[in-house]
Design a protein around this ligand. Structure first.
Ligand SMILES: [Zn+2]
Length: 140
Protein backbone atom coordinates (compact mmCIF):
# COMPACT_ATOMS: atom_id res chain seq x y z
CA UNK A 1 0.00 0.00 0.00
CA UNK A 2 2.65 2.50 1.06
CA UNK A 3 4.80 1.51 -1.89
CA UNK A 4 1.89 1.90 -4.27
CA UNK A 5 1.16 5.37 -2.91
CA UNK A 6 4.78 6.38 -3.24
CA UNK A 7 4.92 5.21 -6.83
CA UNK A 8 1.74 7.09 -7.58
CA UNK A 9 3.08 10.31 -6.09
CA UNK A 10 6.57 10.12 -7.53
CA UNK A 11 5.76 8.88 -11.00
CA UNK A 12 4.63 12.25 -12.44
CA UNK A 13 7.76 13.79 -10.98
CA UNK A 14 9.93 11.22 -12.67
CA UNK A 15 8.21 11.31 -16.03
CA UNK A 16 9.35 14.64 -17.41
CA UNK A 17 11.69 16.10 -14.87
CA UNK A 18 14.05 13.40 -13.70
CA UNK A 19 16.61 14.30 -16.33
CA UNK A 20 18.22 16.76 -13.97
CA UNK A 21 19.91 19.85 -15.35
CA UNK A 22 19.56 23.35 -13.95
CA UNK A 23 16.47 24.07 -11.93
CA UNK A 24 14.26 26.44 -13.93
CA UNK A 25 13.76 29.86 -12.44
CA UNK A 26 10.24 30.63 -13.60
CA UNK A 27 8.47 33.34 -11.73
CA UNK A 28 4.99 32.16 -12.63
CA UNK A 29 2.96 30.29 -10.04
CA UNK A 30 3.08 27.12 -12.09
CA UNK A 31 6.80 27.49 -12.71
CA UNK A 32 7.44 28.05 -9.06
CA UNK A 33 5.40 24.99 -8.08
CA UNK A 34 7.33 22.92 -10.60
CA UNK A 35 10.64 24.16 -9.23
CA UNK A 36 9.57 23.29 -5.70
CA UNK A 37 8.50 19.81 -6.82
CA UNK A 38 11.96 19.33 -8.31
CA UNK A 39 13.53 20.36 -5.02
CA UNK A 40 11.36 17.90 -3.11
CA UNK A 41 12.25 15.21 -5.59
CA UNK A 42 15.95 15.95 -5.14
CA UNK A 43 15.51 15.76 -1.38
CA UNK A 44 13.82 12.39 -1.76
CA UNK A 45 16.67 11.11 -3.90
CA UNK A 46 19.23 12.33 -1.35
CA UNK A 47 17.25 10.80 1.47
CA UNK A 48 17.03 7.47 -0.34
CA UNK A 49 20.77 7.56 -0.94
CA UNK A 50 21.59 8.42 2.66
CA UNK A 51 19.35 5.68 3.95
CA UNK A 52 20.83 3.11 1.53
CA UNK A 53 24.34 4.03 2.66
CA UNK A 54 23.36 3.73 6.31
CA UNK A 55 23.75 7.41 7.18
CA UNK A 56 20.33 7.78 8.76
CA UNK A 57 18.13 5.58 10.91
CA UNK A 58 15.09 3.91 9.42
CA UNK A 59 12.83 5.91 11.74
CA UNK A 60 14.21 9.22 10.53
CA UNK A 61 14.20 8.03 6.97
CA UNK A 62 10.55 7.04 7.10
CA UNK A 63 9.48 10.23 8.88
CA UNK A 64 11.34 12.45 6.42
CA UNK A 65 10.15 10.44 3.47
CA UNK A 66 6.53 10.78 4.59
CA UNK A 67 7.07 14.52 4.90
CA UNK A 68 8.55 14.85 1.43
CA UNK A 69 5.86 12.72 -0.15
CA UNK A 70 3.19 14.77 1.56
CA UNK A 71 4.85 17.93 0.32
CA UNK A 72 5.09 16.55 -3.20
CA UNK A 73 1.42 15.58 -3.15
CA UNK A 74 0.48 19.03 -1.86
CA UNK A 75 2.53 20.74 -4.57
CA UNK A 76 0.92 18.61 -7.23
CA UNK A 77 -2.55 19.41 -5.95
CA UNK A 78 -1.61 23.09 -5.96
CA UNK A 79 -0.32 22.74 -9.51
CA UNK A 80 -3.58 21.22 -10.68
CA UNK A 81 -5.46 24.00 -8.94
CA UNK A 82 -3.27 26.66 -10.54
CA UNK A 83 -3.82 25.09 -13.95
CA UNK A 84 -7.56 25.19 -13.41
CA UNK A 85 -7.34 28.83 -12.32
CA UNK A 86 -5.38 29.62 -15.44
CA UNK A 87 -8.20 28.16 -17.52
CA UNK A 88 -10.70 30.17 -15.53
CA UNK A 89 -8.70 33.32 -16.18
CA UNK A 90 -8.80 32.66 -19.89
CA UNK A 91 -12.56 32.22 -19.76
CA UNK A 92 -13.00 35.40 -17.74
CA UNK A 93 -10.77 37.36 -20.11
CA UNK A 94 -12.84 36.25 -23.10
CA UNK A 95 -15.98 37.22 -21.24
CA UNK A 96 -14.63 40.68 -20.46
CA UNK A 97 -13.53 41.19 -24.06
CA UNK A 98 -17.02 40.22 -25.26
CA UNK A 99 -18.65 42.64 -22.85
CA UNK A 100 -16.34 45.46 -23.88
CA UNK A 101 -17.52 44.98 -27.44
CA UNK A 102 -21.15 45.13 -26.38
CA UNK A 103 -20.55 48.26 -24.35
CA UNK A 104 -19.46 50.32 -27.35
CA UNK A 105 -23.04 51.54 -27.79
CA UNK A 106 -23.58 54.36 -25.29
CA UNK A 107 -25.96 53.48 -22.49
CA UNK A 108 -29.49 54.76 -22.85
CA UNK A 109 -30.73 57.22 -20.30
CA UNK A 110 -33.25 55.08 -18.49
CA UNK A 111 -34.34 57.60 -15.91
CA UNK A 112 -35.24 60.58 -18.01
CA UNK A 113 -38.34 62.16 -16.58
CA UNK A 114 -41.24 62.06 -18.99
CA UNK A 115 -42.85 65.03 -17.24
CA UNK A 116 -40.02 67.57 -17.24
CA UNK A 117 -37.32 65.86 -19.28
CA UNK A 118 -34.74 65.96 -16.48
CA UNK A 119 -32.11 63.25 -16.86
CA UNK A 120 -31.86 61.66 -13.43
CA UNK A 121 -28.31 60.32 -13.09
CA UNK A 122 -29.34 57.46 -10.79
CA UNK A 123 -32.04 54.80 -10.83
CA UNK A 124 -34.81 56.64 -8.99
CA UNK A 125 -38.52 56.12 -8.58
CA UNK A 126 -39.33 59.81 -8.60
CA UNK A 127 -37.79 62.59 -10.63
CA UNK A 128 -35.17 64.55 -8.72
CA UNK A 129 -36.31 67.75 -10.46
CA UNK A 130 -40.13 67.70 -10.42
CA UNK A 131 -41.02 64.67 -8.29
CA UNK A 132 -43.01 62.88 -10.98
CA UNK A 133 -42.93 59.10 -10.97
CA UNK A 134 -40.28 57.69 -13.29
CA UNK A 135 -41.34 54.72 -15.40
CA UNK A 136 -39.28 51.63 -14.70
CA UNK A 137 -36.67 50.96 -17.39
CA UNK A 138 -38.02 49.13 -20.40
CA UNK A 139 -41.66 50.01 -19.61
CA UNK A 140 -41.80 53.20 -21.66
ZN1 LIG B 1 -39.28 65.54 -13.79
Amino acid sequence: MAVGMAAYVIFPLLSAEAVGGPVPTDVTVLGDLKRRRLVVYDNLKDLEFEFQSGKIAREDYEALRTNYLGEAAGLMAATQEAELLKQDDAVVEREIAARRLQRKTPPQIEYECSACGYENPLPVKFCGECGARIAAPGKK
